[in-house]
Design a protein around this ligand. Structure first.
Ligand SMILES: O=C(O)COP(=O)(O)O
Ligand SMILES: [Mg+2]
Length: 229
């Protein structure tokens, strides 16, 4: 893409973009499945189920076993799954290389960073605090807070506004088609996708303005002043 010279804010997705969380998600999902006497899914299978929030992950995990629960039971299993995950969200999860450094460089360059995730917001905040990303993020928006989940653009529009930017001057960095769709629906002109996340479709086929293989490739693409890099 052309260097994005007028970037005033960067909004990141969390799972698959800043943090590799699939290990802990798999553990929690498999605990919930075990309580239903269902076999566990391997981490590689769960990778392709992440990105739509915990409710969707449970639905996908059950569907992979050809199980559809009646509503009340599904809600009860979901509550247990969320509780399992909330109890241990950071045992095996880790930030991707360059996550902290990239947020630092952007902040030093005067570009506020925010976060828009389909993860339950309290769990997202917990993860971010544990990984010291929370204080580097100017605005965090997760799910179950009254905003509809991505790809509805409302949460992204809210974060962009909180960061003091506009859709024209903000950039979204995500890992799948949902992030791209959300950003376009919010009116963002620049969308970067990372290639190492959880997308089941090759990200190069999705129509992003730029695909990066490493977070370190983000700052050079923004044409920031030399001192900031
Ligand atoms: O599916 C989730 O729980 C979160 O996904 P996201 O951070 O990629 O939006
Ligand atoms: Mg993601």
């Amino acid at each position: 893409m052309e260097p994005f010279e007028d970037c005033r804010a960067v909004v990141f997705d969390l799972d698959g973009t800043l943090a590799d969380t699939v290990g802990d998600l798999t553990t929690a999902l498999n605990r919930a499945l075990a309580e239903l006497d269902l076999p566990p899914h391997p981490e590689e299978a769960v990778r392709g189920m992440v990105g739509g929030g915990l409710a969707k992950l449970l639905t996908r995990g059950l569907a992979a076993h050809d199980v559809v629960l009646e509503r009340a039971e599904h809600e009860a299993v979901l509550a247990r799954f969320v509780a399992h995950y909330a109890a241990n969200p950071a045992e095996r999860s880790k930030l991707y290389p360059g996550a902290r450094q990239t947020l630092n460089v952007l902040r030093e360059a005067g570009i506020p960073c925010g976060l828009c995730t389909n993860k339950h917001e309290p769990i997202a905040r917990d993860l971010l605090t544990r990984s010291a990303l929370g204080r580097r993020s100017g605005a965090i928006q997760g799910s179950e807070t009254g905003f509809p989940r991505k790809p509805d653009p409302a949460c992204l529009i809210h974060v962009v506004k909180k960061l003091g930017a506009s859709p024209e001057t903000a950039l979204m960095v995500g890992d799948n088609a949902t992030d791209l769709k959300t950003a376009r629906a919010a009116g963002l002109k620049r969308v970067v996708l990372v290639s190492y996340g959880y997308s089941v479709t090759p990200v190069t086929d999705l129509g992003a303005d730029l695909v990066i293989t490493h977070l370190h490739d983000l700052v050079p693409a923004l044409a920031l002043p030399e001192r900031a890099q």
